[in-house]
Design a protein around this ligand. Structure first.
Ligand code: KIV
Length: 258
């Protein structure tokens, strides 16, 4: 199979639903790629899954670049999307374009950024510079301080209209796909029907064109997960047992045995 790209993701709308996920290192990116995951996001969720922070806000561009390079080295067929971290695109569009260029030079095929109408000028600049953009509307975790927590968005009709308007605006600005995070499924269905580009839902119901899951949630490396997550494995228990067996066997003289 050919490597996934902007054209094949666009062409998937209405034809094939895409199960996409995050990865942050070469080991898991290789496994996801071999399993046929079409889009791997080097999410700023790494701040919480890998780096032990409470939010995504402390993630540095350097950390994103290092993880993106590792994922890109391993992903042969998946499209690799680098998530622009907080602070890397809020301080002027020239700096934002320069930072997105660094992500592409690290091996990303596209970048993702959060926001609707207010980032449309930047989306236009990036796409004109040849940098594909995956947008992100609804609950945008980098706005956690504005929300006062990771709260579901688009719940009132006015808020839903705003999400719909943001999604249409990012499409118009040139985004090739849009993440819809933590919004009611009826709203996600409405947005998906209104757009020509692929919607990738997370906590946004089944009607989206594609889905994201955070790798640590779906593999059960995180034991406490949001209610919309399906865990396809329960690795935390297995990993803990393996470490404990190793410690026990070394202590008891069972390993090594020659
Ligand atoms: O950083 C991330 O993992 C994300 C997904 C939740 C889409 O933005």
């Amino acid at each position: 199979m050919k490597k996934w790209n902007v054209a094949s993701v666009r062409a998937a709308k209405g034809v094939q639903k895409l199960g996409c996920c995050t990865a942050y290192d070469a080991c898991f990116a290789r496994l996801a790629d071999e399993a046929g995951v079409p889009i791997i996001l080097v999410g700023d969720s790494m701040g919480m899954t890998m780096l032990g922070y409470e939010t995504t806000l402390p993630v540095k561009l350097e950390e994103t670049l290092s993880a993106t390079a590792a994922v890109a080295r391993a992903a042969k067929e998946a499209m690799v999307v680098a998530d622009l971290p907080f602070g890397s695109y809020q301080c002027g569009d020239n700096l934002a374009v320069a930072n997105a260029v660094k992500c592409i030079q690290a091996g990303a095929d596209a970048v993702k950024l959060e926001g609707g109408a207010r980032v449309c000028g930047l989306i236009k600049r990036l796409t004109e510079a040849g940098i594909p953009v995956l947008a992100h509307v609804g609950m945008t975790p980098q706005s956690v301080n504005e929300y006062g927590g990771f709260k579901r968005q688009g719940k009132t009709r006015a808020a839903a209209e705003q999400v719909l308007a943001d999604a249409k605006a990012v499409e118009q600005a040139g985004a090739f796909a849009v993440t819809l995070e933590c919004i009611p499924s009826e709203l996600a269905a409405e947005v998906t029907a209104a757009l020509k580009i692929v919607t990738i839902g997370i906590g946004a119901g089944p009607v989206c064109d594609a889905q994201w899951l955070v790798m640590h949630d779906m593999l059960g490396l995180n034991e406490k997960v949001p209610s919309f997550v399906k865990q396809y494995a329960h690795l935390a228990g297995e990993v803990r047992s393996a470490f404990a067996a190793y410690v026990r066997e070394v202590r008891d003289g069972i390993f090594p045995n020659n």
